[in-house]
Ligand binder design. Structure first.
Ligand SMILES: C[S@@+](CC[C@H](N)C(=O)[O-])C[C@H]1O[C@@H](n2cnc3c(N)ncnc32)[C@H](O)[C@@H]1O
Length: 265
């Protein structure tokens, strides 16, 4: 069904998504884009529904939330975690061929998904069709994910370059800056864009963040080994990358770019 494999696929991905989701940060973003009681909301690429559960709280009993994902495993985990939540349903499908009713949602939300898709523009175009005329579409993704460190070790910079080239089509660290363009091409109106700090490590990252990065590096290891040519080279890259994130004299950041626009009437 999917056009490409999700590069973060791993037996631990559901738990990773749950651990990294900051409910309060997410709630603020959702409130800022106008999520409110009574709305019919779609979370496209919802994973285990950590964000969808916050949405369900915001829209209340008079509203409804649909959590769409391509992974049956994460949807099953999401259903377990949302047991007893009556206004939240889980739907299996691809963001491009979701099978959901067009023009049904007051708000279509898609965060941390477009970065993994080979054709994000097509995904945005299809997501816009799911919003009601006059409804809102929100696209949110990182810009600079994994890339912006100072000081940067030259060997890590070289290896990151090779790795990112090899991941083209299944991961785009620059997708954040492209969201406005996708939204515009998909016909959204009254588009607004926001840049929000996301990763921000002046000095050592917290142990939770370090664990998250360790898991990501483990998951992409097969691709990394292939790209860098040997297990030893990938392991040395991963160790140096983690050392930079844990160093007290190193600054690392990436930003979340959030674009919101309305489907024309
Ligand atoms: C990094 S997670 C994002 C989860 C959540 N949106 C968040 O903000 O934390 C990406 C999710 O997108 C899903 N995904 C990837 N490609 C997809 C596609 N083509 N259609 C639907 N879901 C997809 C993955 O299965 C995964 O659960």
């Amino acid at each position: 069904m999917t056009m490409t494999e999700y590069i973060m696929e791993s037996p631990d991905e559901g738990l990773r998504l749950e651990k990294k989701t900051d409910d309060e940060f997410t709630r603020r973003l959702l409130a800022a884009v106008g999520t409110r009681a009574g709305m019919c909301v779609l979370d496209a690429g919802a994973g285990t529904g950590a964000v969808a559960r916050v949405m369900s709280d915001l829209v209340g009993v008079s509203g409804s939330v649909t959590a769409l994902d391509i992974s049956k495993t994460r949807l099953a985990e999401g259903k377990r975690r949302a047991e007893g939540v009556r206004n939240l349903v889980f739907h299996h499908g691809d963001v491009i061929h979701s099978g959901l009713e067009q023009g049904a949602f007051d708000l279509v939300w898609c965060r941390f998904v477009l970065e993994y898709l080979p054709n994000p523009q097509l995904a945005v175009t299809e997501l816009v069709k799911l919003a009601k005329p006059g409804g809102k579409v929100v696209l949110a993704d990182l810009d600079g994910n994994a890339l912006f460190h100072y000081p940067m070790r030259s060997r890590v910079a070289q290896d990151l370059d090779v790795l990112m080239s090899a991941l083209q089509g299944s991961f785009d660290p620059y997708v954040g800056r492209k969201l406005y363009h996708f939204a515009h091409n998909a016909g959204l109106k009254e588009i607004r864009a926001h840049v929000i700090p996301y990763h921000l490590y002046p000095g050592a990252a917290s142990s939770d963040h370090l664990e998250n990065w360790r898991q990501k590096l483990k998951t992409v290891a097969p691709k990394g080994i292939e790209a860098l040519g040997s297990v030893e080279r990938y392991e040395s890259f991963a160790e140096s990358f983690m050392d930079m994130l844990a160093a007290s004299d190193t600054f690392y950041y990436s930003v979340l770019i959030l674009v919101e626009g309305l489907r024309p009437l």
